[in-house]
Design a protein. Structure first.
Length: 146
């Protein structure tokens, strides 16, 4: 299967949010339900603050998305039905090679994501006890090493 990467329009935010929620519910079992609902309310504001790209199938359906700003991968979410099909790798390689985004923060408790980024060549450079909103979800600050 081939995928294309293209920009996301504001009209596609509802589809982005469906992918986000499905991904979070499949991979973030450590996040409390009330916090998922909190993030579901604030994520649309974050979408406006990043450059968004989506991996799409032949029918233009969004399978996963990447949000970046400055030199950082701010978000990478893949629909759970599409996990293990190389979409995360394609989007991450695009961020590294085309956009030159070499940093990412990852929830420490999301062991699959941590393993993915380590496999992709990122290393942990620092750790925070709380996430960017002050919630008790420790973050690993990672950087890609060429």
């Amino acid at each position: 299967m081939s995928y294309k990467i293209s920009a996301v329009s504001k009209q596609e935010y509802p589809e982005i949010m469906r992918v986000w929620e499905a991904s979070v519910r499949a991979t973030h079992d450590f996040v409390k339900e009330e916090d998922i609902l909190f993030f579901k309310e604030v994520i649309p504001q974050y979408l406006d603050a990043v450059s968004l790209l989506a991996a799409r199938n032949e029918e233009d359906k969004i399978l996963g998305f990447l949000g970046t700003s400055d030199d950082t991968i701010e978000m990478l979410f893949i629909h759970p039905d599409m996990r293990g099909k190389g979409i995360g790798t394609i989007l991450t390689n695009y961020a590294l090679q085309e956009l030159h985004r070499y940093k990412v923060d990852v929830n420490e408790q999301n062991r699959q994501a941590v393993g993915f980024y380590l496999h992709m060549g990122f290393v942990v450079i620092a750790r925070s006890e709380v996430d960017g909103t002050g919630k008790p979800y420790p973050l690993l600050h990672m950087e890609y090493k060429l």
